[in-house]
Design a binder for this molecule. Structure first.
Ligand code: HEM
Length: 157
């Protein structure tokens, strides 16, 4: 194989690796939200105070250590893919749409979800269980909205 062929092969391998990491991060993000939403809905419905408190407490770990890194990785590798590719460019409609929908999902997560989760944690700490359930139900609606946005983005991809 001549030099051009080797370089083209390496570039293709790099693009494939970035795509793999982008898709893996998207799987963790979307799959994580599905599982958390199902668990959260189940726990609220059960009405068991200890279970609700433990679930709300676990969000403190899952949010910053699983969901936030996956979100950043999806964005980072997505941008890297566009830069790496000769076919895709910023300004193409599907890329702009991805950024707009990602921005909406990110904002809901960073502002609404983190606030309702913190409010639920505070309410749990002060023993106000009706308020915990109320905040958790609001959080669940935010989750469903983010999930819907992620499904639309995946269709767009
Ligand atoms: C935030 C901005 C994003 C950008 C700039 C972006 C960019 C890209 C690019 C350039 C590809 C490769 C397309 C190809 O070579 O055919 C891709 C594929 C993909 N992306 Fe994204 N992406 C973004 C967000 C997301 C999100 C939020 C998800 C899902 C949660 C997602 C899921 C996927 C999937 C499943 C593929 C594989 C489909 C395919 O290759 O046709 N992406 N993305």
């Amino acid at each position: 194989m001549h030099d051009g062929g080797v370089l083209a092969l390496l570039a293709a391998t790099r693009y494939q690796s970035l795509l793999l990491l982008h898709i893996l991060a998207a799987m963790v993000w979307l799959g994580g939200l599905v599982v958390l939403t199902a668990l959260g809905a189940h726990v609220v419905r059960s009405g068991e105070r200890d279970a609700v408190t433990r679930f709300v407490g676990s969000l403190r770990t899952v949010g910053p250590f699983v969901l936030a890194p996956a979100t950043i990785a999806v964005l980072g590798f997505g941008i890297w893919l566009v830069i790496d590719s000769d076919t895709w460019d910023f300004g193409q409609t599907w890329i702009d749409l991805a950024f707009a929908l990602f921005g909406a999902a990110f904002l809901i997560g960073a502002v609404f979800q983190s606030r309702t989760a913190i409010s639920a944690q505070r309410a749990a700490a002060s023993g106000n269980h009706d308020e915990v359930a109320r905040q958790l139900r609001r959080w669940l609606w935010g989750m469903r909205l983010i999930l819907l946005l992620l499904v639309v983005i995946t269709w767009d991809m």
